[in-house]
Ligand binder design. Structure first.
Ligand SMILES: [Zn+2]
Length: 327
């Protein structure tokens, strides 16, 4: 078994960029789909059920020949016993990964579209393209990076968390785009970045990513931005007092950020987000924030007071009716 080289990973990301461009349906004004609801995008499925124990001593993560990232539970003959994106335990083979600096998580996938804009732009597709651009930019700066999903398929929050637990990166960033807000924003882009409530490093990472993404978006002229109640960098805790968002709760121990860059549900912002140059620049902005986190002591900014809310925030993330991709 060979290890994946940085070049191999780069090529994988290149394929990803090509495939997701090809598979994207053209935005259609006729095919309206319901928006994710309510205002803030999902991920809140409490509590955390115990994860299966990962392999000790051998590889803890493999990438299958089809590019699917699979946490390893142990050996299975010549192959490995792995956890699939839907959380099933199966035998699979692939290339072991042992060390990664950054894990980027494109939110949603497959039947779980996430938010859908009035012009038909689907959050799952946008998240994946932006994530791939962020990954390519990080690799160009000698930062090794792994995407939790590299194509259009469902993946549970538990499986995303398990990828992080398996490889223990220096940084985890989950990429989302928001829906629901209709109020004109008094602060320009209504970018939100959520951090782990008890982690100063997660907060600093989030503040740096916020600066770069909001700073980039704010350069766009004549955009009628909207914002929800708390634009900025914030911790949201649930009824238990723990982080509300599953991908932040399940990655504790690794500095993590969940970014809602802009509102796909706002026609003006959707039009901006549909542009390939904007998608690329947004990914590069996320990468800049991550690199500043890794290589500088800068504190970040945009922090607002933490809040507690158990109100449901969007849909998805569970294993119900989840269909795994071909491994
Ligand atoms: Zn989302």
């Amino acid at each position: 078994m060979r290890r994946a080289t940085p070049l191999a990973l780069l090529l994988a990301v290149g394929c990803l960029l090509a495939s997701c461009s090809d598979s994207r349906e053209p935005p259609s004004g006729n095919r309206l789909e319901p928006l994710a609801e309510p205002a803030v995008d999902g991920q809140g499925v409490e509590p955390v059920e115990p994860a299966p124990p990962l392999a000790e001593g051998g590889p803890r993560l493999i990438v299958s020949n089809k590019g699917v990232v699979l946490p390893v539970l142990g050996p299975a003959g010549d192959a490995f016993r792995v956890v699939t994106p839907c959380g099933n335990e199966v035998a699979a083979s692939g290339t072991p990964l042992t060390s990664i600096d950054v894990v980027i998580d494109p939110g949603h996938g497959g039947e779980e579209t996430g938010a859908v804009g009035p012009g038909g732009l689907r959050e799952k597709d946008l998240n994946l393209v932006v994530a791939a651009h962020a990954a390519r930019s990080l690799q160009a700066q000698d930062v090794s990076v792994l995407l939790t999903r590299r194509a259009d398929y469902r993946m549970t929050l538990a499986a995303r968390g398990l990828v992080v637990e398996a490889i223990r990166p220096k940084v985890f960033v989950s990429i989302h785009h928001n829906a629901g807000a209709t109020q004109p924003s008094p602060v320009g882009p209504g970018t939100e970045v959520y951090h782990q409530h008890a982690s100063a490093e997660s907060k600093r990472l989030s503040g740096l990513v916020y600066e770069d993404v909001k700073g980039y978006l704010a350069k766009a002229r004549n955009v009628a931005w909207v914002a929800a109640e708390r634009p900025g960098v914030v911790a949201r805790v649930g009824a238990s007092g723990n982080d509300y968002y599953g991908v932040l709760r399940r990655t504790q121990g690794t500095p993590a950020a969940l970014i809602e860059s802009a509102f796909i549900s706002n026609r003006a912002e959707e039009a901006l987000l549909q542009r390939r140059d904007v998608q690329k620049a947004e990914g590069e902005a996320i990468a800049r924030g991550i690199v500043r986190y890794l290589r500088s002591p800068e504190p970040g900014s945009g922090f607002v007071a933490p809040f507690s809310s158990s109100a449901p925030a969007g849909r998805g993330g569970g294993a119900k009716s989840c269909q795994d991709p071909t491994l």
